[in-house]
Design a protein around this ligand. Structure first.
Ligand code: GRF
Length: 193
């Protein structure tokens, strides 16, 4: 049984999709810890409701990287899943958990990734560029925003009357499926990190 650590800062819908898949036995894994960079995050409250080990670190502390790393190591985490985590992953985490940190991004990377391209900004940029399709990407995390090895993607059609908000909804729906499926393939050895 793989031990997962999920890092969140916001709503937590991807975290919930992973939790549900573990609870149903669809993923042979257990969410051991949820770490939030924001005590007011909905995700943090959801983790509490579901009685998951959780901790919130003030994102302003200077040694956030080492603190998170220590907490994940203590819980012997096999796979770290970023799910709307708004802080950059530091060098300590990257070296200790090398090749074991995943992120989900709401575009077809390498398009529409990088600093500043998060949340609704991504979908605004996609629509402004007149793209006919968009989607979501699960990738490994490295020192550059959204630049790690792409592990899996799923696309959606951008309709003419889509707004950034309607597109965000469509993409979020496939994110939940894509994240769970990708983690499943990793656990089953069908994707090697
Ligand atoms: C998702 O769109 C994800 O792709 C991005 O942040 C958002 C998090 O949403 N990295 P949620 O907190 O999982 O609902």
């Amino acid at each position: 049984m793989k031990k997962l650590g999920i890092l969140v800062s916001g709503r937590g819908s991807n975290m919930t999709a992973i939790l549900d898949a573990c609870e149903k036995g669809y993923l042979h894994a257990r969410v051991e810890v949820v770490i939030s960079s924001n005590s007011k995050a909905k995700a943090f409250a959801k983790a509490e409701e579901r009685k998951i080990n959780r901790i919130c670190f003030d994102e302003r502390i200077h040694n956030l990287d080492a603190t998170i790393c220590e907490y994940l190591s203590l819980h012997e985490i096999d796979l770290v899943l970023l799910a709307g985590f708004m802080k950059k992953i530091g060098p300590k985490m990257l070296s200790v958990f090398e090749g074991s940190i995943l992120n989900i991004h709401p575009s077809l990377l390498p398009k529409y990734g990088g600093q500043g391209l998060y949340g609704i900004n991504v979908h605004k940029a996609v629509i402004e560029a007149g793209e006919k399709k968009s989607g979501a990407t699960v990738h490994l995390v490295n020192e550059h925003y959204d630049k790690g090895k792409i592990l899996a993607q799923k696309s959606v059609i951008v309709d003419e009357d889509d707004t950034p908000e309607t597109l965000a909804k469509k993409v979020l729906k496939i994110e939940h499926v894509l994240y769970v499926e990708t983690v499943k393939k990793i656990i089953e050895g069908k994707i090697t990190l």
